[in-house]
Design a protein around this ligand. Sequence first.
Ligand code: ASP
Length: 299
Amino acid sequence: MSEKAIALVVQGGAGPISVDSYTKNRPAIGDILRKTAPMLVEGAAALRVVEEAVRLFEEHPSFNAGIGSSLRYDGSIQQDATIMDGASGRGAGVGAVKGIIHAITLARYVLERTPHVLMVGEWATEFARDCGMEMVPDERLIVPERRELWKRKLAAKETPDDQVLSSGGTVGAVALDTEGRLAAATSTGGMVLSLPGRVGDSAILGAGTWADAHSAVSCTGVGESIMLVLMAKVCADAVISGMSPQEAADLVVRIQGEKTPGTSGAIVVDKKGAVGLAHNSANMYRGYFTPEEGVVVPN
Ligand code: ASP
């Protein structure tokens, strides 16, 4: 085991998660940590590890990203994602992209292959095609449970205004590697019933995702609320001002709850490998790995 401080924290979405759903999907959090933590131990870059953890979530049908994404008001799928490398201070995102499983990898391609920070809509989808990504129909990304939820909400005459009541879920990861580099990644299918073209916090650096030389942060919850308090950047700045990752996560979740409607959660790691996990929603899929504690997934 590496003697240098390393850490990995993952989240699979905050919101009104029932006890049954949490119990059913909790093992997947441990599985993803057990698959990706060894990469960190073996010296992989934090950026690579957070991307891989998010890719595994995107492939898992129970989480709202990639396969399992929420349906928009019109029944379509659109995805947002961001990735940020704290060592270089560079990051990139994609918004309202269609037809791919791994929006997080497209965000990495924007980071590594373009001078841009954010690409959206059909042009970002075209860029995915140019990068050789596998293009898939919405049917491949829609799972029966998400379609049922969408149908139930439409039948109950819910509208995009009601989305604040039911966060859709997001997936994310933050890591510290053996070289002391921090990175963060977040990916989402967005909020059920949101209007096509709506872009949430997971596409916006500083809102859903941030990484710098001091910490890395990934947020989940109602994007409209998270964007208005720039949750990830405020959290990272709180770490710079001397707070522990746990204090900073608690702070930004509290600020979000006081200033904007809806609920949220945040995961944080700092340059010493200390971790923070907080949410003000009913629950949040979450877990972490440190060399001292191993894989920890709260009950
Ligand atoms: N933050 C995501 C969004 O607003 C959804 C979520 O995390 O539940 O798109």
